[in-house]
Design a protein around this ligand. Sequence first.
Ligand SMILES: CC(C)(COP(=O)(O)OP(=O)(O)OC[C@H]1O[C@@H](n2cnc3c(N)ncnc32)[C@H](O)[C@@H]1OP(=O)(O)O)[C@@H](O)C(=O)NCCC(=O)NCCSC(=O)CCC(=O)c1ccccc1C(=O)O
Length: 285
Amino acid sequence: MKVLPGKTSLNWTEYKSYEDILFHKSDEGIARIAINRPEKRNAFRPQTVDELINAFNIVRNDENIGVVLFTGAGPDKRGIYSFCSGGDQSVRGENGYKNDEGKQRLNVLELQRLIRSLPKVVIALVPGFAIGGGQVLHLICDLSIAAENAIFGQTGPRVGSFDAGFGSSYLARLVGQRKAKEIWFLCRKYNSKEALEMGLINAITKIEELEAEGVIWAREILRNSPTAIRILKASFNAENDGIAGIQELSGYTTQLFYSSEEAQEGRDAFLEKRPPDFSEYKWTP
Ligand SMILES: CC(C)(COP(=O)(O)OP(=O)(O)OC[C@H]1O[C@@H](n2cnc3c(N)ncnc32)[C@H](O)[C@@H]1OP(=O)(O)O)[C@@H](O)C(=O)NCCC(=O)NCCSC(=O)CCC(=O)c1ccccc1C(=O)O
């Protein structure tokens, strides 16, 4: 199934089949996850978000995958491309978005946290509209490449919604307080060039080259040390995420320490019911 226009040199195979999203992997360590509701500008309903959470969790546990290309399938019947236009307003109830059972959920915040703490690099490929909660999803990704025709913006205050978490405070870290307030208070739309100038995205390409460009970036990343990239991602997050961010970063140092003989001496001594002997390990300056 074609997700974006143009060609890449990758052979995609379907990883898992869903209703609202497309999920593929390649044998090069790259996965591709695409919201597939183009007639709704790829707006997400609770099911869409549940499927995304499921796919990102599969990626999390697949040690052969290092980079995820996160995008929106298209075009729609009118030839229009979208990354995502946020929460599906047609299923919005009084305190959340209704799933098939009529239960109301705000599960996109869980997805935001999952992408942020994913120990792999997530690159947003933005082929068109990234609006509302869709703009926030793109923001949460580690890197963002947009097509020339992409459009970014917020509508929250116009449609009776807001994202007072990453959607505003992390946005301000990226583009500055003044620009972030402008984006949210005025609800204007911004083109790719403006998005690049304000630091919202990393690069712009022709739409036919969007996926190929994402693959080039992914391959460059995959040539580097997985552990270094994973810890760097956690350290970029830690600055913004308070104690939760420090917990994530420090968890990786604990994991590294576990692989040392020094840490294993502590474990072995406990299991062998003897005092630990750390005498051969130095107090390195
Ligand atoms: C994206 C547009 C600017 C595109 O405009 P245009 O090309 O003219 O297309 P349209 O004709 O408007 O749309 C085509 C078709 O798609 C339907 N559609 C588009 N977007 C949505 C949507 N978000 N929900 C439902 N349906 C949508 C549209 O109705 C048309 O259908 P037809 O049947 O053909 O008529 C423009 O479409 C646009 O502005 N869309 C709305 C953008 C928007 O307001 N999004 C919601 C913002 S609020 C949000 O995202 C919630 C965030 C969130 O989830 C959250 C955040 C923080 C805490 C909690 C939560 C939480 O979980 O709620």
